[in-house]
Structure formats: C-alpha cells, structure tokens
Design a protein around this ligand. Structure first.
Ligand SMILES: Cc1cc2nc3c(=O)[nH]c(=O)nc-3n(C[C@H](O)[C@H](O)[C@H](O)COP(=O)(O)O)c2cc1C
Length: 217
C-alpha cells in the first residue's frame, strides 16, 4: 500500500474481529515502529506485547472504570444517540472498546524512560504512528486508547513495568470490523500560516477543503 493511502485512511478503529494477530505480523508492526526517530537517537522505547486473556480482561475493567469517570454525560445509550453523527460514532466507538478491550486480540503497551526527554512522548508517538500505518498496510486497524491508564497505576503493576519507565500509550490492534478512512480533518488553510503566525497561505486557500486524499484513495 502506498504511504499516502495509508495516511489518508488510517482512522482510529476500535472494533475488532476475534481473529488473533500472528506473531510474525506483530513483529512486523514493531519492526516498522522502531524505524521512527527518537531524540538523541536514544531508542528508549520498550513495547509490551499483551495477548494474555486475563491481562486484557483486567485492562478492560480499568477501561470501564475510566469510561464512567471520564464520560459521565454518556452513561446511557440515549445520550449518545442524541449526538450529531460524527461525534456519536466516535463516542460509541470509545464506549464499545472500553467494554470489549478484553477480547481485542492484541494490545501493545508503549513505554519509554521517565524524565529522559525534554518533550515527553515525543520520541514514542512517532513509533506509534509508524505502527498504526503499518497496521493499516497489513489490513489491521487500531488506535491509541489510554483509558486503562486513567484513575490508577494498575497497568504498571500488572505488567511489572519498572519505575524508570513511563507508559505513553496503550494501542489495541486487530482485524477491524469497521472500514478504514476517510479521515475528517480541518483543512490545511485553517491550520497553516505563511511566514508569520496568522498570515493566510494563498496556495492553501485555493485547495479543496477535503484536501488531496482523493488522489490516493
Ligand atoms: C495522544 C493521543 C491519545 C489518545 N487517546 C485516546 C484514548 O484514550 N481513547 C480513545 O478512544 N482514543 C484516543 N486517541 C485517538 C483519538 O481520539 C483519535 O485519533 C481522534 O479522535 C481522531 O479520530 P480519527 O482518526 O478516527 O479521525 C488518542 C490519540 C492521541 C494522538
């Protein structure tokens, strides 16, 4: 798959088939992830591949707790049904993953040395994005999903992550039920300036609001 097609269609996918992700595919994801840059080339990522059913089930329990804490307004299905379409689909996806995390085939926990970098996570999120693009190219899907980390340190204890390391992201991955892409994003002209902050960029002003994804998909 072309890199642009992967970028324009890699949306957050949160519902998965039960099919396991083969070990060679998991290796490919992480091997692609670590091609990403790190500050000072420190390469201090550490990945914990979680496939064990009881570990995933515990993470689901912490996700359910986080769902109740972080989304008090959406505790009944009716409040989600009343949202505008895009928001409704996204929030329903978050809820569904919070309550099904235990049956997602694979969760990759991405850690890095605590306090090592001036921009925490800056050396880890590039690898995560590489992994998600690789997942897309391999017919998988996923997203960052940090709900198991909200409200407690249990994931550290469960996976025996040492004090020296911080968890930057939980990344559930599997063969998706939902279709990938296209991505809804603000147009380039709304988020990019020319030479000075706030100065419009005429070239971008002439481009379609939906961007150039159509060239690749
Ligand atoms: C730093 C970071 C943290 C995120 N944390 C979560 C999360 O905890 N739960 C979740 O459902 N999605 C999480 N996401 C995914 C975003 O919500 C998602 O990418 C965004 O809503 C855009 O969705 P789309 O790519 O499907 O258009 C996170 C993304 C990033 C970059």
């Amino acid at each position: 798959m072309d890199v642009f097609e992967a970028m324009y269609t890699s949306r957050a996918l949160r519902r998965f088939k039960p099919d396991p992700v083969p070990e060679d595919v998991i290796f490919q994801l992480i091997d692609a992830g670590i091609r990403a840059p790190t500050g000072h080339n420190s390469q201090d990522w550490r990945f914990v591949v979680v496939t064990d059913a009881s570990s995933k089930q515990k993470m689901q329990e912490w996700s359910e707790r986080a769902w109740r804490l972080a989304f008090p307004a959406y505790q009944d299905a009716g409040s989600i049904d009343a949202l505008p379409r895009t928001q409704r689909l996204s929030i329903a996806g978050v809820r569904d993953l919070a309550f099904s995390l235990g049956s997602v085939p694979l969760i990759v926990i991405v850690c890095g040395l605590r306090g090592k970098h001036s921009s925490p996570g800056g050396s880890h999120f590039p690898a995560i994005q590489n992994m998600l693009l690789a997942a897309r190219a391999l017919g998988l899907g996923g997203s960052i999903f940090n709900l198991p980390l909200v409200g407690g340190n249990e994931v550290y204890e469960l996976l025996e992550i040492p004090e020296s390391n911080e968890i930057y992201a939980c990344v559930p991955i599997g063969y998706p039920v939902d279709r990938p892409g296209p991505l809804a994003r603000k147009p380039v002209k709304k988020v990019t300036y020319l030479e000075r902050f706030g100065e419009p960029w005429p070239y971008a002003q002439e481009q379609p609001d939906e961007g150039w994804g159509g060239k690749w998909t």
